[in-house]
Design a binder for this molecule. Structure first.
Ligand code: NAD
Length: 297
C-alpha cells in the first residue's frame, strides 16, 4: 500500500541498539515485524541482541510468550551494520544517542538509501521534532514516536507531530503503534512532551523538599507512596531514571519554556556533579552498594 492510503508497515529499521533501540526492536519483532537493527559497531549490535534475547527469555519464564515466539522473534531481527540494509524498510526509527549533531548525521546518511515514501521517526526525548524534520529530505514524512523505558513493559507511546508532519504519516504511525499493542497519546511538539513535562517537575519539587529540609529521603518517598499511592517514591524513581537524565530534562524545560518554575534544584545539580547518578552508578538518593538501598540524606 502506498503512503497516503495508510502504509502497512512490515519492515522496521531501528538506529541505535542501546536501552531504547533494543527495546523497540524487541516489541516490533514480537509483533511479527521484520527488523533491521543498526548501531556504530558490530559489538554494540551484538550487545543489543543479547539484551533482547535475555529480556525475551524472562518473558518466556513468566509465561507471557512461548519459547517458539521468542525464537521466531529473534530470527526476525537482522543486524544492519550499514544503512544499505534499510533499503526494504517501511519505517526507520532513530533511537541513537540524544545529540542533535549525531541525529542530523544519521539522517544525511539515511536519505539516499530510503525509498521516497518511507517515513522516518525519532525517539528523541527533548529535541524539537519540527527542527529534526527540517534537517531531513522529507519533513512531511517525519514524526516523533516517543517510547517509554523499559519499552517491552510500558504501555504508552507519545506521538508528536512536527509542523510539517502530514496526515498520512500520522495515521500510519498511529496504526503502527496499535500493531505493537501499545496505546498512543498525542502530544504537541513542545519541550518534554506530556509525560516528562509533568513527571520531572514533580521529581524536581521532591528534590527541593529534600534540599530545603522539609523532609528526609525516606519521609518524602514514604509520603508519596502511601499518601498519593504512587508505586515508587519520587526520589526512588529519580534514581531509577538516572539523575543526569532528570537534570537534562529540567534544563530542556527551563531553557525551552523560559519559566523559573522549571529551575533545576541545586541539590540535583550537586548529585550529578558528584557522579551520583542513581542506580546505574550505585549511588544517588539511595546507596545501592549493600544488600538494601540506604538513603544518602
Ligand atoms: P543509549 O545510550 O542506551 O543508546 C544509544 C545508542 O545509540 C548507543 O548504543 C550508541 O552506540 C548508538 N549510537 C550513537 N551514535 C550512533 C550512530 N551514528 N548510528 C547508530 N547508532 C548510534 O541511549 P537510550 O537511552 O537508548 O536513548 C536513545 C534515544 O531515546 C535518545 O534520543 C533518548 O532521548 C531517547 N529516549 C530515552 C529514554 C530513556 O529513558 N532512556 C526514554 C525515551 C526516549
Amino acid at each position: 500500500m502506498a503512503q497516503g492510503t495508510g502504509t502497512e508497515i512490515k519492515t522496521v529499521g531501528v538506529i541505535g541498539a542501546g536501552q531504547m533501540g533494543n527495546g523497540i526492536a524487541h516489541v516490533c519483532a514480537l509483533a511479527g515485524l521484520e527488523v533491521r537493527l543498526n548501531d556504530v559497531s558490530e559489538d554494540k549490535i551484538k550487545e543489543g541482541l543479547a539484551t533482547i534475547g535475555g529480556n525475551m527469555a524472562r518473558q518466556v519464564a513468566k509465561g507471557t510468550i512461548t519459547g517458539a515466539d521468542r525464537k521466531a522473534a529473534l530470527d526476525r531481527i537482522r543486524p544492519a551494520l550499514s544503512y544499505e540494509a534499510f533499503g526494504d524498510c517501511d519505517i526507520v526509527i532513530e533511537a541513537a544517542t540524544e545529540n542533535e549533531a549525531v541525529k542530523r548525521k544519521i539522517f544525511d546518511a539515511l536519505h539516499p538509501v530510503l525509498r521516497p515514501e518511507v517515513m522516518i521517526a525519532s525517539n528523541t526525548s527533548s529535541i524539537s521534532i519540527t527542527r529534526l524534520a527540517a534537517a531531513t529530505d522529507r519533513p512531511e514524512k517525519f514524526i516523533g514516536i516517543h517510547f517509554m523505558n523499559p519499552v517491552p513493559v510500558m504501555e504508552l507511546v507519545e506521538l508528536i507531530r512536527g509542523i510539517a508532519t502530514g496526515d498520512p504519516t500520522f495515521e500510519s504511525a498511529k496504526a503502527f503503534i496499535a500493531k505493537l499493542g501499545k496505546t498512543a497519546s498525542v502530544a504537541e511538539d513542545f519541550p518534554a512532551f506530556i509525560v516528562n513535562r509533568i513527571l520531572l517537575p514533580m521529581i524536581n519539587e521532591a528534590i527541593y523538599v529534600l534540599y530545603e529540609g522539609v523532609g528526609s529521603v525516606d519521609s518524602i518517598d514514604t509520603s508519596m507512596r502511601l499518601g498519593a499511592h504512587h508505586p515508587m517514591g519520587p526520589l526512588q524513581l529519580a534514581d531509577f531514571i538516572g539523575l543526569d537524565t532528570c537534570l537534562s530534562v529540567m534544563q530542556v524545560l527551563h531553557e525551552g519554556l523560559a519559566d523559573s518554575k522549571y529551575r533545576p534544584c541545586p541539590l540535583l545539580v550537586k548529585y550529578v556533579e558528584a557522579g551520583w547518578l542513581g542506580r546505574k552508578t550505585k549511588r544517588g538518593f539511595y546507596d545501592y552498594r549493600g544488600e538494601h538501598p540506604v538513603p544518602t540524606r
